[in-house]
Design a protein. Structure first.
Length: 276
């Protein structure tokens, strides 16, 4: 694969030492290793070859890969997330840790914590002391990737669409070019994303790095609000228990149905008649 190619990649990431599955884009593998997440959509990762967003060892392997061929590669720490740096580990008091987190009862080994603006994770907790590791959680680990380049994206519009969907968390974009100028119609869900402004700035940078284009315009289409038919909703969802016996009998009489019986029987008769 050449630098700048936009590709779809299915991959499984394992610990090189234990063989444990760390993450995967394939649902069948997630189920096999009992790591399946309900509600998650499993699909290939979309990435730009050579843009520096992946670890060096994986980038190098992608450059040598061919579409449709499964590749297995082991990556040493130096080409992954680096070796562990002892100076990036801090020991603090339990009291300081408790002051730094919103819910001290939610702490567990491996929990992410933010101490004075530094993001790390809790690696030790005992005897009134806590150890915070600011290294990447996978620093010092050998990793094994099993991956397949599913396809290489061709065409400017398809490339832009792939970048938008893989980096925004949204789908339903409409993309079109007029000459070199790019127009992007945003999906309705993104209009209510509180991070939309910063996200658009980041997307513009990604698009310009991957595709030659002129002006980039984001189009927001605000659909008219649909006011529900309150009368039909009321009739469908009416609480018959709020009606008096006399009112219930009047409705039954109008439908040509028997009007004898207790209130509960009258309600049941009306409901049965509406279902029919």
């Amino acid at each position: 694969m050449e630098d700048g190619a936009i590709i779809h990649v299915d991959y499984d990431l394992f610990s090189g030492e234990t063989g444990d599955l760390i993450e995967t884009t394939r649902e069948d593998i997630a189920k096999e290793y009992e790591m399946h997440q309900e509600g998650r959509t499993y699909s290939p990762m979309v990435c730009v070859v050579g843009n520096g967003n992946l670890i060096p060892g994986f980038e190098s392997a992608l450059k040598e890969a061919k579409v449709g061929t499964e590749v297995t590669v082991e990556i040493e720490p130096a080409e992954a997330y680096g070796e562990k740096d002892a100076s990036m580990v801090e020991t603090i008091s339990i009291d300081k840790l408790r002051r730094a987190v919103q819910d001290p009862n939610s702490l567990y080994l491996g929990a992410p914590v933010n101490i004075n603006g530094r993001q790390g994770y809790l690696s030790y907790l005992a005897a009134g002391r806590a150890r915070i590791d600011y290294n990447h959680p996978m620093a010092g680990k050998t990793l094994k990737y099993v991956f397949t380049v599913v396809k290489e994206v061709k065409g400017k519009e398809d490339k832009v669409l792939g970048l938008l969907e893989s980096n925004s968390g949204h789908s339903g974009f409409e993309v079109s070019f007029k000459g070199d100028d790019l127009s992007i119609v945003l999906p309705q869900a993104m209009l209510f994303d509180t991070n939309a402004a910063m996200l658009k700035f980041r997307l513009v940078t990604m698009i310009r790095d991957a595709v030659e284009c002129g002006k980039i315009s984001f189009v927001e289409v605000h659909e008219p609000r649909v006011i529900p038919d309150l009368e039909s909703d009321d009739s469908d969802e009416e609480d018959l228990t709020k009606l008096s016996v006399a009112e219930l009998k009047e409705r039954l009489k109008a439908k040509g149905m028997p009007v004898g019986g207790k209130k509960a029987e009258l309600i049941a008769r009306l409901q049965d008649g509406e279902e029919e």
